[in-house]
Design a protein around this ligand. Sequence first.
Ligand SMILES: [Zn+2]
Length: 238
Amino acid sequence: MTLTIEEKKERKTAYMRVWRATHKEQNTANRKAYEQSHREEIRERRRVYSRLWRTENKELLRQLKAAEYQRHKESIRARQAEYYQQNADRIKAVVNAYRLSHLEKKKAGDAAYYLTHGDERRIAASVYYYSHLKEVSASNKARRLANPDKEREYSYRRRTGKNSNIIQAVKLGAVMQRDRMICGICHKRVARKGLSFDHIVPLSKGGTHAEWNLQVSHLRCNMRRGAGRIPAQMRMAL
Ligand SMILES: [Zn+2]
């Protein structure tokens, strides 16, 4: 009897099925041997195929990733936080190194951004300021406590108004060394703890915030003297 092409195909398929079932182990071994000896070739083929697939299915891929993220949001975030915790120093070092090596670029970028978004930024900043008054003042206070010398400098600048009578960067260390930690008002020794710097001609009387117009003083002496006093040179030590 003669078979049609379909019948022949069917018979062959059935035969193959039986053959596969009876030679399972041998086939598996063969496949593994092939994969072993063609490892690189297989990998490369997969890479090429995967790249092609990704370029052809960008949108689908994006959707899949987003869905995946939504499904596992909590655990992904927890894992990221944990990773950050364990590698905080290393991550900070990398970020810092990047910042340092891209400083100029960032400055240029920031300047350009401010030019085009200045008003927006100012409005956003003041909205933030007024809606976070407590936080802002807490963080300002923390910063002041952490950088007392800087804060002193800023405070002088504020009190001098437009920074106009600042003629040089003041090195308080130099004033301390010059005055040998002796209070210019009571002429007694000043400990680091109660240390203050007195403007000989008060800033409010147009005095300059400069080393030559500063003297080491006790905080309490400085405060007792206040801003409305006569210049120190004309005053007798108590
Ligand atoms: Zn004193």
